[in-house]
Design a protein around this ligand. Structure first.
Ligand SMILES: [Zn+2]
Length: 185
């Protein structure tokens, strides 16, 4: 980044110097704020900076700045509004004409057929995760994976009597360390 001319930032950032830069990557104006007396740095979109100064407060993480006319370069103050992530996504889907694509699959727990977003299904499958119809089915299935009483007692003994670490126990019994810590007291 080349050295840019600094300006006094406006309230609520009055303790900062402000540098305005154009990011070619995301094709937006961005603001870098450098605290005047300590090393604190803040980066945000120019739109976010403008709306903060208009409202006189810093925006919360969940508050997204939306360009009302859909043009991300139109940073005039009347073109900016706050939307939640959900509202923002809804607007995006509406504008891009892309509806949520769904697929049908069977729940590995209750075996019923259900519908789910194809993005979520692909994402979970890539991570090797199973896809359940509901949170309840997911919990049912994962708690059923509990281990035998024999192993539970072995974990307890190895920890309380032999004083082995959770890592050592997990390695010896060929089980996950999380499982060890569930049963070792
Ligand atoms: Zn189910």
């Amino acid at each position: 980044m080349k050295e840019l001319k600094r300006k006094q930032a406006e309230f609520p950032f009055e303790d900062y110097w402000m540098y305005l830069e154009y990011s070619k990557g995301i094709k937006r104006y961005r603001v870098c704020l450098h605290h005047k007396t300590n090393k604190q740095r803040k980066k945000m979109s120019y739109a976010r900076y403008l709306l903060s100064t208009k409202l006189g407060r810093e925006l919360e993480k969940h508050e997204h700045v939306d360009h009302i006319d859909g043009n991300p370069l139109n940073d005039t103050i009347d073109n900016l509004q706050i939307l939640s992530i959900v509202e923002n996504n809804r607007k995006y889907i509406k504008q891009s004409g892309r509806a949520l694509v769904t697929t049908r699959l069977n729940c590995p727990s209750c075996l019923k057929e259900f519908e789910q977003s194809i993005h979520l299904v692909t994402w979970k499958r890539n991570k090797g995760q199973k896809i359940y119809c509901s949170r309840k089915c997911c919990l049912d299935q994962t708690s059923r994976k509990s281990i035998s009483l024999e192993i539970q007692q072995e974990i307890y003994k190895l920890h309380q009597v032999d004083r082995l670490s959770s890592y050592a126990i997990a390695e010896r019994l060929h089980i996950a360390r999380n499982t060890v810590m569930k049963y070792w007291k």
